[in-house]
Each structure stands twice: as structure tokens, then as C-alpha cells.
Unconditional design. Sequence first.
Length: 342
Amino acid sequence: MKNKILVTGGTGYIGSHTVVELQETGYDVVIVDNLSNSGIDVLDNIKKITGIKPEFEKFDLADQRKTDEFFGRHKDIKAIIHFAASKAVGESVEKPLLYYRNNLVSLMNILECHIKYNIPNIVFSSSCTVYGQPDQLPVTEKTPRKDAESPYGNTKRVNEDILQDTIAANSEIRGIALRYFNPIGAHSSALIGELPLGVPQNLVPFVTQTAAGIREQLSVFGDDYNTRDGSAIRDYINVVDLAKAHVVAIDRLLKGKNKLNYEIFNLGTGDGLSVLEIVKSFEKATNIKLNYKIVGRRAGDIEQIWADTTYANEELGWKAEKELDETLLSAWNWEKNIRGIQ
Ligand code: NAD
Ligand code: WQD
């Protein structure tokens, strides 16, 4: 019998790629998503890749009654990967209560069901946003967290605390928080990828939409940072590499290989790249000239961050493998596919 994994937010960007990797490793997957930021057609596209349409239920995990009722009907779930959350930093500043309700209440509802229905394992999507602008680079898992720059960032910080405290009080639950750096790219099939609603806030979707002619010009936010070319530096991680780390984390928990009941891992490449380096690499990988201009800094942006991935490399035996060119090309192929560009 295959082990069944619940993937919340499984029709979303990172969730859908993780479902593919889980299925290809031999796990059974059930997805819960309220489709607030994704489409139902993702299920068919997953089936085109893996041959298996995942089981799916649509409801809001912030609804305690529906969440409890779901777990009452699915007593065979061995682990949960909890992706479902609202993730737009700017929107979270405008609508903090929406973010606190959605992101905190859904995790609390799930953890209550872990206890009630004896589900022993959880993997949680955290973010490098919890480090703010660190005093020392690269950041290890022991780098102190900083006050969040946004309500969204604060939900990740508080959710980590909720998870840690709940595990401390319930020794039968084991959890792994994965702190993602900047996920980019798409599946090599170009059948699943990131689908931002409206104007993209993140760099790579804005780059691909500019290349596709949907946006006239990319604004590069700031060239006066204290970095090698003046633009801000991030650690851009391929979404398929990231998805694979979730399978490793699930294997670790199911095989009881975890060292502590609550563990944290940074998921990045270990290399920092500037905005201008991303622009140049995209141009080289796709042979497309990007229309961009340098503008002022974006409020709330940090100057630079990249991950020390030693702990994930050594303890999980996982490493980001994809080259940047391949990753940027995959993002472009996905954009072309959804826009019908040859
Ligand atoms: P996404 O928006 O593509 O996927 C999230 C999914 O969760 C969506 O399909 C949405 O419909 C669903 N969802 C949201 N609230 C829900 C609720 N209450 N009930 C049921 N479904 C709900 O986002 P993503 O980029 O795949 O991110 C996944 C996770 O990773 C999130 O927790 C996000 O905060 C975290 N994360 C993302 C990034 C990033 O840059 N993409 C970086 C660090 C951390
Ligand atoms: C990357 C760089 C921008 C758009 C966000 C969240 C973070 C995490 C990942 C979830 C920055 C620059 C961007 C543009 C630009 N998400 N940029 N022009 O801000 O590092 O992180 O997503 O947890 O919490 O804050 O990612 O892709 O928005 O920006 O110059 O049009 O690209 O200033 O330096 P960010 P991003």
C-alpha cells in the first residue's frame, strides 16, 4: 500500500510541482485547495505529466468545521505538506487581517487535526523572509530571525512558532519547516508553472511577461545597493529542485530519520545573484532582448540574502541541481505555453 500524503495548496505553484515529484516517487496524493490562487485545470496537467490525476477536495482550510470533517473521512493520511497560504507581500500590508486569518488559522486547524486524528508528520512552507536583512551572509538555520517586514512575513514567523510550540507539547507529532529562498522556473514539460494574478510582483514572472510583450518594460528596483553591480541580491532556487526537497523531507519523517521532533532547513542554491545578473542570464538563455530600466528602490526590499545550504545538503542529502540557464528557460517555456507563443 502506498503512503498517502495530503498536500494543501497542491494546485498552487510550488504545491503542484511537489505533487508531481511525490507521485513519481510512489506516494499517493490528496490535494486540498480552495482555488483562491490557482485553477482546477492544474489537476489535468499533473495527470499529463505523471499519468495520475490526484484526488482533490475544494474547501477553505481556515474553516475549522470543514477541515475537521475532511480529516474524519481521510484517516489514512500519513503526512501533510502545508503549502496553502496567501503570499502577496504588498496585499498583506493592505489587508493584514485577511493574511493573519488565512495563514494562521489554517495551520492551527490542521494542527488540531494532527492531534485529534493521530497524524504524525507535517512539513511546513516557511520563507527566508523570516531572516529580514541578516547581519551576516550567507544565512544558516541558526541565523537569528528578525522582525518581519510585512504582515505576510510575520505570518511565517508566527506559524513557525505555532508549529514549534505544538510539537513541543505533543511528542507524537514531528515537523519540518522548510525556509524557501526565491523559487523560480517551471516543470520541464511547461504544463505547470507559476500563474500570478494581475501584475506580477515577483521578478521572474515580470521578466517573462515583459519578454512575451504583456508588460512593456521591466523596472529594476534600485542600482545603488552595496552589491557588485548595485542591484539587489537573492538566492533563486528552481521550483523542481525545491519540490524534490519536500519528497526528501517526507521520506525522512516517515522513516523516522529526523534528529529532532521539530527541524528547520534552508532551501536555496547557496549562491546569490543580482537582479541585473538575472536579466542578463535570461537574455542569454532565451536570446531575447529585455526592455528594462533602472528605477528607485522598492519599499520594504532588503539589499541581499542567500542561503548557507550546508545543513540541508548534509542532513537531508539534498542539493539544488539545476543550472540557472535551464531554470530561466523553463520559466520562459511556461510563459510561452500559457500565452500560446511559438
Ligand atoms: P500559491 O499561491 O501558488 O499556492 C498556494 C495555494 O494555496 C493556492 O493554490 C491557493 O488557492 C491555496 N490556498 C490559499 N489559502 C487557502 C486556504 N485557506 N484553504 C485552501 N487553499 C488555500 O503559492 P506558492 O508560491 O505555491 O507558495 C506555497 C507556499 O510557499 C506558501 O505557504 C507560501 O507562503 C510559501 N512560500 C512561497 C514563496 C514564493 O516565492 N513563491 C517563497 C517562500 C515561501
Ligand atoms: C526579487 C528581486 C526586487 C520585481 C518575495 C517575498 C518573500 C518570498 C519570495 C514568500 C528584488 C527585484 C522584482 C520587479 C525588480 N516569498 N525586482 N523588479 O522580494 O526577494 O521576495 O518573494 O515567502 O517573502 O518578499 O522576491 O521576486 O519580488 O524580488 O527589480 O519588477 O527583484 O526588488 O530585489 P523578493 P521578488
